[in-house]
Design a protein around this ligand. Structure first.
Ligand code: NAD
Length: 444
């Protein structure tokens, strides 16, 4: 069993740490935040992720996972270190590598004191060239050792999805290992074979390729979403055409596939938008005009406004209207509101003079920080829709999916429902309430 340390205890770091520990490895997670370390050591995750708390408690109680603030100690107690710190967008769209650089420096300083071989693994999403041009020289300078000799270096992108992060960490579609040297690649392949058995494809590449695979993967998913949202916008202008029928039919084509073809309010979260922006910036810096990728971003910027326009049209203006927003997290199963479409919907409603009430089963705390008192945050869906002139469904939590027309009819001042995620049956709703939905054609 390997001794592993993980720098960063966010969604990727902590879920990866728990997955390794569940398979019997000794894991030391490290964070700069003593409060987070205390929570984790008490078996409590600092964020919401389904199933995580129970498994975290188990591995902490069994002594296979601990969290420290002393990053040096974490590195020295392990043979492999994964860097999983955040790589947010700079105003230019490029990835901000300052946390990665800082982690690499801390790692290098620790390695200076470590006589034995150590593998450094970049798991954060970083643009092609970052591992070789930023991480490698930073660790080399701080450690006084040479990559490929004194320490191993690899880039191992992560594909987990928030909301099913533990499942994804334990059952990935494939593992990508970008390696500087054979020994680093062999070490990681052995680790992952032990974790996943022989079935999971393990693809070994050079480091630049591994870095680009992650961006290409996310860019393709983003394009698929913006594609179906563009089709949805066409459907809305045609008689009797429903994007749900179109998506179901084209998704059967094996060359297309059914996933990521749900029309709605657009993609958000901490990955797709920022990774697409970073790929655009990289592409420009390399002298290629990434017009297709830029268009996917533009479509996505406008898509949340569609549901606001639907409400505005029906109500004849939003000034003074009470609008209920159901769902704030960028998708169900997470409390993450980073770049959530709900925030764009709410901003547009507020700009048009609406009074906004909102409810989310998990993301109220995070949303409160972003919305700073401009929205009435409610403690239940019932309270949220009470006396509203319109309700916009923004995040398709299970709690909202089963709602019937009478739920809205009995509570709202004017029962106008705008389905931004296509969870309600138009036939059922249209007969009972005023109903609008993304990608639903005009009456045929
Ligand atoms: P996050 O912001 O949730 O977590 C990053 C954590 O690292 C924070 O808790 C931060 O305090 C900590 N940190 C920063 N510097 C540190 C240091 N020097 N030592 C120890 N800890 C440090 O980020 P995340 O969502 O887990 O994403 C991390 C990376 O993984 C990003 O590059 C992201 O693009 C990528 N990624 C994220 C997802 C996802 O679904 N969230 C999926 C795949 C890949």
């Amino acid at each position: 069993m390997a001794s592993i340390s993980i720098m960063g205890t966010g969604y990727v770091g902590l879920c990866t740490a728990v997955a390794f520990a569940l398979r019997g490895h000794m894991v030391t997670a490290s964070t700069k935040d003593p409060r987070k370390a205390e929570l984790i050591n008490g078996g409590r995750p600092p964020f919401y992720e389904p199933g995580l708390e129970e498994l975290l408690r188990k591995v902490v109680e069994e002594g296979r996972l601990r969290c420290v603030v002393d990053r040096r100690e974490a590195v020295l107690s392990s043979d492999i270190t994964f860097i999983t710190v955040a790589t947010p967008s700079l105003p230019s769209g490029e990835a901000d590598l300052s946390l990665v650089k800082e982690a690499a420096r801390e790692l290098g300083e620790a390695l200076k004191e470590k006589p034995s071989y150590h593998v450094v693994v970049v798991k954060s999403t970083v643009p092609p060239g970052s591992t070789m041009k930023v991480v490698k020289p930073t660790v080399e300078e701080a450690s006084g050792k040479e990559a490929g000799e004194g320490f191993g270096l690899a880039m191992n992108p992560e594909f987990l999805r928030e909301g099913s992060a533990i499942h994804d960490s334990l059952n990935p579609d494939r593992v990508i290992i970008g390696e500087l040297d054979r020994r680093s690649g062999d070490t990681l392949e052995e680790l992952y074979r032990g974790l996943y058995g022989g079935e999971t494809p393990i693809i070994r590449t050079n480091i630049y390729t591994a870095e680009l695979i992650k961006y290409a993967n996310n860019a393709f998913l983003a394009l698929k979403v913006s594609f179906i949202n563009s089709i949805a916008n066409i459907c809305e202008r045609l008689p009797g055409v429903d994007v749900v029928d179109v998506a179901r039919a084209i998704g059967i084509d094996k060359r297309i596939g059914p996933l990521f073809l749900n029309a709605g309010v657009g993609f958000g979260g901490s990955c797709l938008p920022k990774d697409l922006r970073a790929l655009v910036a990289l592409s420009r810096s390399l002298g290629f005009n990434p017009s297709l990728l830029e268009e996917a971003l533009k479509v996505n910027d406008l898509q949340p406004l569609r549901v606001v326009e639907m409400a505005e049209r029906r109500l004849g203006g939003l000034e003074g209207r009470v609008v209920a927003v159901l769902g704030l997290s960028f998708k169900p199963g997470t409390d993450d509101v980073r770049e959530a479409p709900s925030l764009k919907v709410i901003e547009a409603l507020l700009r048009r003079g609406a009074y906004v009430k909102a409810y989310d089963p998990a993301a109220l705390e995070n949303a409160k920080r972003m919305l700073r008192g401009r929205v009435q945050l409610c403690s239940s869906k019932e309270e949220c829709v009470e006396e509203a002139d319109c309700c916009i469904l923004v995040t398709e939590w299970d709690e909202f999916k089963g709602l019937t027309p009478s739920f809205f009819k009995e509570r709202m001042r004017r029962p106008l429902v705008v389905d931004g995620r296509r969870v309600y049956d138009p036939e059922l709703f249209k007969g009972e309430v005023e109903f609008e939905a993304v990608g639903l054609g005009v009456e045929g």
